[in-house]
Ligand binder design. Structure first.
Ligand SMILES: Cc1cc2nc3c(=O)[nH]c(=O)nc-3n(C[C@H](O)[C@H](O)[C@H](O)COP(=O)(O)OP(=O)(O)OC[C@H]3O[C@@H](n4cnc5c(N)ncnc54)[C@H](O)[C@@H]3O)c2cc1C
Length: 288
């Protein structure tokens, strides 16, 4: 492991001060489950961060709040806390499911949602769920606050637009509307400790038996996290049916190829993402 100085920030102000003074040399650490793997992979000749800034003592970056319409999650909230939260289970159940699938139990006890987002992996399990929830990301620096739709922060795989002097301070989204049903399904190489081969997050809103709103976001399928609007359009204004869900699934796999091109994994991924989408839509209709 390359050498570095570990600095623990006791307050957000202290952390922002340090980032302001020495931005290129400082790397934030939360649970460390991505960052430590990254630092360990550097050879002694490669330049790592001079300072690793531990933000875990900062209480204001932890926890889940519901103000009656908006749910705010602190970036240091762990996957275990999100999976177990009654607020999330009630108002964003697919995020609870997504976080419950991440890593193993010990892992979920320390790995954070903020780290999952900022790591920028196309396989990050919380991200498709947050994308269909239309989440916003809030960043702070010494110069003030910046709010961005979550989907717009991803610039390329493993890269977000976070600035060197910024900290992600919150993720927030509206509670799901009445009549909304959702589902998150992950297909891993094995059941425990699996980084997603593919996953899918869906929300549909029904009025009577008509789909009035649909949001679909596949993970590990497109270079950047996004909703698949063409598939959503197929659903809106129609009654749920197996045939309709199959058409939407086919549209998602077609869009995956449009955006990612034909790759070595396409013969596997194309039918799998279509089937996962169909299954997630069916599951969403069958449960809340
Ligand atoms: C064995 C193993 C299994 C895994 N399984 C899964 C899985 O099933 N699904 C999945 O999605 N991921 C998985 N991961 C990846 C990883 O655990 C998650 O991405 C985790 O959520 C990262 O959170 P962390 O707190 O550990 O982040 P860290 O490693 O501390 O940080 C990750 C990145 O985010 C930055 N960062 C963290 N917090 C902030 C903040 N508040 N503001 C600004 N920057 C910040 C750090 O600087 C770093 O660049 C796995 C990893 C391992 C090693």
């Amino acid at each position: 492991m390359i050498p570095f100085n570990l600095v623990r920030a006791e307050s957000l102000e202290e952390a922002l001060d340090l980032l302001d003074r020495q931005p290129p040399d400082v790397k934030i650490i939360a649970g460390g489950t991505d960052l430590l793997v990254e630092l360990r992979s550097l050879s002694p000749r490669e330049k790592g961060p001079g300072i690793v800034l531990d933000i875990t003592p900062i209480d204001e970056l932890k926890g889940i709040e519901d103000n009656g319409s908006t749910i705010t999650i602190g970036p240091l909230t762990t996957h275990r806390e999100i999976a177990a939260s009654p607020i999330i289970r009630e108002h964003a159940p697919l995020l609870s499911t997504a976080c419950s699938t991440i890593g193993a139990t010990q892992h979920r006890n320390i790995a954070t949602i903020g780290g999952n987002v900022i790591n920028g992996s196309p396989a990050a399990d919380s991200v498709p769920a947050l994308i269909v929830l239309d989440a916003e990301a809030v960043f702070k620096s010494k110069n003030g606050e910046r709010v961005s739709p979550l989907k717009e922060i991803f610039v390329k795989p493993y890269r977000t637009d976070i600035k060197e002097d910024e900290i992600l301070t919150a993720l927030r989204f509206e509670r799901l509307p009445e009549g909304a049903r959702s589902s998150f399904i992950k297909l891993g190489r094995r059941n425990a400790l699996a980084i997603s081969r593919m996953n899918i997050a869906v929300i549909i809103v029904l009025e009577g038996n008509t789909i009035v709103e649909a949001r679909i976001s596949p993970g590990s399928a497109t270079p950047l996290p996004d909703r698949i609007k063409a598939a959503e359009k197929i659903l809106i204004g129609n009654e749920p049916s197996e045939e309709l869900f199959r058409r939407a699934g086919k549209e998602v796999s077609g869009e995956m190829i449009n955006r990612s091109g034909i790759r070595w994994s396409t013969p596997y991924k194309q039918p799998v993402i279509a089937a996962l989408t169909t299954r997630a839509l069916r599951e969403a209709v069958e449960k809340r």
